[in-house]
Design a protein. Structure first.
Length: 255
């Protein structure tokens, strides 16, 4: 006769053989799950802390960011890719050299190369200058800006332009004059927006503007004489440029 109880109550040794694989699966499942959770949490924490995976280096690296402001608002191209318009913050940049261009209609484009360093922010505040400066009427009151006081921070050594004892640029032609631009900031506008100072320099009959890093050198206007130093001043926080050469004078809106 069949033992009915044996159908519902397996022997102890059968129970042990049945439970061993189940326990192994259970332990393995929770071990893997815990490991995935820990690694996932660590990854999320690293992302929140500014880390990203660098496929070239094959490891997580701490990123940097760049903050950009400009007047007027400009389109930003980072490594030839459009990123938006100023003001803009670009986060999670992998360390290394980057190229950037600022563009706005009717204004000269500005280009830069800069180094993104781990955990560091690069901040740039820049003015854009008109492609075609507008000539304004010279007024008798404009004479008050001249003569301009000598500036010890800027020096000319033949064909070299120096600012604060650092070489800005070396040219193929001798320099005749150089000035800091702008002369000063309006207090209110300078608080909210204060780009680094640039330099204005003269070679022969050309008046140029250049950033003190040596970047973005461009011709502002041509002068009347190529062998006489020009006097330069600015007003309206650098928007208007005034210059005199002998008995000739000119007034330009450059921003």
């Amino acid at each position: 006769m069949t033992n009915i109880s044996a159908l519902f109550y397996p022997k102890k040794e059968n129970m042990q053989s049945f439970n061993q694989p189940s326990r192994l699966f259970f332990v393995s499942f929770w071990t893997i799950g815990t490991l995935v959770f820990v690694l996932g949490s660590l990854y999320v924490i690293m992302l929140a802390s500014g880390y990203r995976f660098n496929f070239k280096a094959r490891r997580m690296v701490l990123t940097g960011l760049i903050l950009i402001k400009s007047e007027p608002a400009a389109e930003i191209f980072l490594d030839n890719k459009f990123k938006g318009k100023t003001p803009l913050k670009i986060s999670y940049l992998l360390p290394g050299w980057r190229s950037m261009e600022l563009k706005a209609p009717h204004y000269r484009s500005l280009t830069y190369s800069f180094l993104v360093e781990p955990g560091q922010a690069v901040s740039k505040e820049r003015w854009l200058f008109l492609e075609n400066p507008k000539e304004l009427e010279w007024e008798e009151s404009d004479k008050r800006f001249f003569p301009r006081k000598p500036e010890e921070e800027v020096r000319i050594i033949e064909n070299e332009l120096w600012y604060q004892e650092k070489l800005v640029a070396r040219f193929s032609r001798p320099l005749l004059s150089a000035f800091i631009y702008p002369q000063g900031f309006d207090l209110l506008s300078g608080v909210r927006f204060a780009p680094e100072k640039s330099l204005i320099y003269q070679v022969e009959d050309e008046l140029h503007l250049i950033e003190k890093s040596g970047a973005n050198d461009f011709l502002v206007t041509n002068l009347w004489q190529n062998d006489k130093p020009v006097e330069v001043a600015d007003t309206e926080n650098g928007k208007v440029l005034l210059f005199k050469q002998g008995d000739s004078q000119k007034k330009l809106k450059i921003r």
